[in-house]
Design a protein around this ligand. Structure first.
Ligand SMILES: *Cc1c(COP(=O)(O)O)cnc(C)c1O
Length: 695
């Protein structure tokens, strides 16, 4: 089965004639073909319901076709719909299109007008095309000025992440009606040059000009000779379309090369676990090369809070890329960085006023550690240079950050010679969802009192410990910690790289306790997952102290400065992501996800092999009694149409905030059925390769 979207540079570009001709060629080639008009305006009442002029033309050409949404008024879809009291929504029109696609052969979906024709006040034909993700056939009206229209349309398709399968040039008005006073002679030249120029432009972009249809004098729908002539002209185009994407062997070759040469996270180069090729993603869904759609339960490791393909974010990055993608930050600055800092300061806990922009979470943690060390050097207490961290913590993979991770799951033994030795305190035993118990803070208190003289900072992931075990602890612990740090003069460093920007139901997890750390790291969801960026924010006291150091202690300079510091592209993405977040009902969404995760995962609670089930904000965790076989669980989840990657003993989901009710249900039912299946099959879910959802 293959399908294409046929669109024009304009209304009256000749799409319908071209589609009719193509349907006729396919029929003559013995390829089953179907034409579909997702929306048709200007319909009339026929004996068997509304009659669509375009479909009538296809039928005269010997093709098959149907209309999905028909309106009587002959005008733009949004206007026709409004006048008839209807609403067109891309999501539902796209769903109707998918249902209407032929099982075999070729389906041609024909739009109405050009790319930016509105379907409603927010969405356009281009949004429908993005939702369908089909290769596009662009019909170009051959007239004066059409190159401009064609190139702009190709740009718009590229910017929307769509593939143009080819172009067809079509002359729809007779030469006697010359454009804007051009002589017939000049017009002949213009039309011929249009074909040449368009072919040249297409070549640059890998989009072939498939046919050049002249105006057909005396064209009449019942004229068989005319149809035959059109058919002959469109045959190469039809052959191109039937072959398009067919002999695509890239998938297998790509995976083989990947397997031979690419290192994936925490894997063996020689014996890697299988990986799957992603070719696109939209909303909360990830698409694999074979067409499988997977509901993303991971938000690509915390970061894709707005899901994939958010138009606002995509546009922000495209605009910034064209304007200024990167420039060094030493001695130079730019609007995206300043605007980002302005936005961060509005959202961060009160008192964090100085921002250092870094390129990833781990680098932010490194910079924050250096900040803490330099702080005490500058304050004349250089002996305070160690860090206190929690067991079960995860702070990143670079050496400094790794020294703060749980010593066991962080594999400290492997790097024992090179890792700085930090001081560890047991994981806070006070659950988030149980009353605070005084004893829970005692280990931290005694450790800090014993080591205050040598401790630069205590480092914690506030409230939610992420990759180190997905553990949620009571905010009161954080309040106590803040007070004790103040008492003993130790810096409090909060790693909000995973928790920041709404994931827990609060903007930052620190907000649960109402505390301001001295230094805070953010990353991951900062750019909505568009690209890598992190930030370290510090209080005025920290910045002022470091700045006041004498020559022997750094001379007041903070000694860090990565090449891609303050990258404008990443900063622009972050600004757009924060704007999108603030403008969205994110609290309500997260509350809703929390409720759905609680009810959806509840059946796991009593299942065999399950140790604990816990939910906080948009994070749901099923903790098993034993470590899970990642490959087998992953395989099972993919067979259920979801993307969930367990880790250690935890099977967890943290979906994009934009996930739909239905998708959320798919996630939680997949987890429940995996757990049930694992209980039956000795700890590993098995079988049932049945419910793949194709897009
Ligand atoms: C992911 C993570 C990091 C590391 O960030 P990277 O961008 O992967 O380097 C640090 N701390 C926490 C809490 C994280 O979740």
């Amino acid at each position: 089965m293959s399908a294409f979207f046929v669109t024009g540079t304009d209304t009256d570009a000749g799409k319908t004639t071209v589609t009719a001709g193509l349907l006729r060629v396919f029929a003559s080639m013995g390829v089953p073909a179907l034409g579909v008009k997702p929306v048709q305006t200007g319909c009339t009442d026929g004996a068997e319901g509304p009659e669509a002029p375009d479909v009538e033309l296809w039928k005269k050409a010997g093709g098959r076709g149907r209309v999905l949404h028909s309106f009587r008024v002959p005008c733009s879809p949004h206007l026709a719909a409004r006048m008839e009291g209807a609403t067109l929504r891309v999501e539902s029109v796209a769903r109707d299109c998918r249902r209407a696609a032929a099982e075999n052969g070729v389906t041609l979906f024909e739009g109405a007008g050009g790319l930016h024709v509105p379907l409603n006040d927010e969405e356009s034909m281009l949004d429908l095309m993005r939702a369908l993700r089909l290769p596009v056939l662009l019909v170009v009206a051959n007239r004066l000025g059409c190159l401009n229209h064609a190139v702009l349309s190709l740009d718009a398709l590229e910017n929307a992440g769509l593939t143009a399968a080819g172009m067809i040039l079509c002359r729809t008005v007779p030469s006697s009606r010359t454009d804007a006073g051009t002589s017939a002679e000049a017009e002949t030249l213009i039309l011929a040059d249009n074909a040449e120029s368009l072919a040249r432009e297409g070549k640059k972009r890998g989009v072939p000009l498939l046919a050049d249809i002249p105006y057909m004098e005396g064209f009449s729908c019942s004229d068989k000779a005319m149809w035959d002539k059109l058919t002959a002209m469109l045959e190469p185009a039809a052959r191109h379309l039937t072959a398009f994407g067919r002999n695509d062997s890239r998938g297998g070759e790509l995976l083989a090369f990947d397997r031979a040469h690419l290192w994936h996270p925490y894997t063996s180069a020689m014996h890697p676990l299988p990986v799957r090729e992603v070719t696109g993603a939209c909303g909360a869904k990830i698409f694999l090369r074979d067409g499988t759609a997977l509901v993303d339960g991971m938000s690509s490791w915390w970061c894709r809070v707005h899901g994939y393909g958010n138009a606002h974010l995509v546009r922000a990055v495209q605009k910034q890329a064209a304007r200024l993608s990167h420039v060094m930050f030493g001695g130079l600055t730019h609007e995206p960085a300043v605007e980002l800092c302005r936005r961060l300061m509005r959202l961060l806990p009160q008192g964090l006023e100085h921002v250092f922009l870094a390129d990833s979470g781990s680098v932010a943690v490194e910079a924050a550690m250096k900040m803490a060390v330099q702080f005490w050097q500058s304050a004349g207490q250089g002996e305070k240079s160690r860090f206190v961290a929690l067991r079960g913590a995860y702070h990143g993979d670079t050496l400094g950050a790794m020294s703060l991770c749980d010593p066991v799951t962080g594999m400290h033994s492997l790097f024992s010679g090179v890792l700085p030795k930090q001081i560890f305190v047991e994981r806070p035993s006070c659950r988030f969802d149980a009353p605070f118990n005084e004893a829970a803070f005692a280990p931290m208190e005694s450790t800090l009192r014993a080591h205050a003289a040598e401790t630069a900072a205590v480092v914690v992931e506030p409230v939610v410990q992420g990759a180190g075990g997905m553990w949620f602890y009571h905010p009161e612990y954080l309040r106590r910690l803040r007070a004790l740090c103040d008492e003993l003069d130790i810096l409090l460093m909060a790693d909000e790289i995973a928790t920041g920007f709404g994931r827990t139901g609060r903007m930052f997890a620190c907000d649960f306790a109402g505390v301001t750390p001295d230094i805070m790291c953010v990353g991951k969801a900062l750019t909505g997952g568009m690209m890598t960026l992190s930030a370290v924010a510090a209080t005025r006291r920290v910045a002022e102290t470091i700045s006041g150091a004498d020559e022997a202690h750094g001379g007041g300079l903070f000694m860090h400065g990565p090449t891609f510091m303050g990258n404008p592209l990443a900063c622009a993405a972050a600004c757009a992501s924060l704007d999108e977040l603030v403008a969205s009902p994110w609290q309500e969404r997260v509350r809703h996800i929390e409720a759905a995760l609680k009810s959806g995962l509840a059946p796991c609670r009593n299942a065999e092999g399950v140790n604990d089930v816990r939910v906080l904000g948009a994070i749901g965790v099923v903790e098993m009694k034993k470590g899970v076989n990642v490959e087998a669980w992953q395989e099972y989840f993919v067979s259920k149409g979801v993307w969930i990657r367990p880790f250690g003993r935890t099977v967890y989901v943290m979906p994009p905030f934009v996930i739909s009710e239905e998708e959320l249900f798919q996630l939680t039912s997949a987890v429940c059925s995996a757990v049930a299946s694992a209980a039956l099959h000795g700890g590993t879910p098995a079988g049932e390769n049945d419910r793949r959802e194709f897009c």
